[in-house]
Design a protein around this ligand. Structure first.
Ligand code: SF4
Ligand code: SF4
Length: 389
């Protein structure tokens, strides 16, 4: 570990005045009622780690943190918790689940998403074998095949509209339905989609896995890859939050918001045959997907019910692989609330794919398997019907 990183961690931890305002908001404290599983408890451990100590249990305390950032948002002392957690986890020397290690390696590799695609293809075959699919974290966590539509993802489009890079990142680059709807809607709204072939993982996955040097490298690679003057559109709120933390001067913009900003350029919506009820899960990083609600509300006869604001689903990026029991405990009440509010025609949306997959699994565990789709997919389907323009 670099001394400068530990010195910065010590300074950041010093900003905490131990007021405890963040504690009741922390999802891991809510399920354990244990100070050691709260932001304040973790910051105390971080301060000791920064001083060169190795407090007992520090690795477990820090590894179970979801990195949701709710504590940081509530903190009156502006403690930069999300900047601290990756460094502290690394200093504590915790161990990742082998799947997390594999995903982090792939995210940092130049052809990682291609290898992941091959692994997923093999995983989907394995998932058909009795008893394997439900137990496989890799299959459950990662993007599903496009069942909704055969969307094609535009690498680039010609238009004299505002230039936009559609950020693909790592895991979400495999979700054809989400990225296809995004690229086609952005093009239909008159944006000029420009490619950034050297862009890579946003770094959030690497931060979750405490691979802080690899996360910094990814940030530098992205900074060089994004063309000057183009907006960076994201379809995953976690990626948007990760990019915004790394590139505050060039903020990522929610693709839903971009479509909403130019919605008058779309052809008229198809008339609604019946009311469209949509449950929209707002992830912890929901501030980075602020356009989702407004966009879904534009669907004729849509009723949008938000859920989850301030209530973590337990995915925490890839934290739910390291801490499956905690992830399931947090997802269960959310799944129950969705089931109670949904009927057979209700659509379920979430603008962050790890959360979407995690909620799908929780619904399946309750015997109510349902797709949780990206708001852009649902919007495109309801606005245009089966064929996009
Ligand atoms: S992190 Fe902020 S809100 Fe939480 S105990 Fe410290 S100062 Fe208070
Ligand atoms: S990031 Fe989320 S899980 Fe971690 S300490 Fe803060 S509120 Fe708790």
């Amino acid at each position: 570990m670099k001394r400068s990183q530990l010195a910065e961690l010590a300074d950041d931890a010093d900003r905490c005045v131990r007021c405890g305002l963040c504690i009741p908001l922390c999802p891991t404290w809510q399920v354990t009622r244990n100070e050691g599983q709260s932001p304040r408890g973790r910051i105390v451990a971080m301060a000791r780690l920064a001083d060169g100590e190795k407090p007992d249990g520090a690795a477990a305390m820090l590894d179970s943190c979801l990195g949701c950032g709710v504590c940081q948002q509530a903190c009156p002392s502006d403690v930069p918790y999300l900047r601290m957690i990756g460094v502290a986890k690394r200093a504590a020397g915790g161990k990742n689940h082998p799947l997390v290690t594999l995903l982090a390696r792939l995210a940092a590799a130049s052809h990682g998403d291609l290898i992941l695609r091959m692994l997923l293809a093999a995983g989907r075959i394995a998932a058909r074998l009795p008893g394997i699919g439900r137990r496989s974290d890799l299959i459950g966590m990662l993007p599903r095949p496009n069942r909704a539509r055969q969307a094609t993802i535009a690498a680039a489009s010609t238009s004299d509209g505002p230039p936009v890079v559609l950020f693909r990142g790592f895991g979400n680059s495999l979700d054809q339905a989400e990225q296809g709807a995004a690229s086609q809607l952005l093009a239909a709204c008159g944006y000029r989609i420009v490619s950034a072939p050297k862009a890579t993982c946003c770094g959030s996955l690497l931060e979750h896995a405490a691979q802080i040097d690899a996360a910094k490298k990814a940030a530098a690679q992205n900074r060089a890859a994004f063309p000057a003057g183009a907006a960076v559109a994201t379809t995953a709120s976690g990626c948007a939050a990760g990019l915004n933390a790394q590139h505050p001067a060039m903020p990522a913009i929610d693709a839903c918001q971009l479509v909403l900003n130019r919605i008058e350029r779309l052809p008229a919506a198809q008339p609604a045959k019946r009311p469209v009820r949509i449950i929209l899960h707002i992830p912890c990083t929901g501030q980075a997907a602020a356009g989702a609600t407004g966009l879904l509300e534009q669907i004729p006869a849509a009723q949008v019910i938000e859920t989850g604001a301030g209530q973590c689903c337990g995915a925490g990026g890839i934290t739910c692989i390291n801490h499956r029991r905690q992830g399931r405990a947090l997802a269960e009440p959310l799944a129950e609330a969705i089931i109670a509010a949904a009927d057979q025609h209700t659509l379920i949306a979430c603008p962050n794919h790890p959360c979407a997959r995690h909620i799908e699994r929780a619904l399946a565990d309750k015997g109510q398997p349902q797709l949780v789709r990206h708001p852009l997919e649902i919007f495109a389907e309801q606005w245009f019907g089966p064929q996009l323009p």
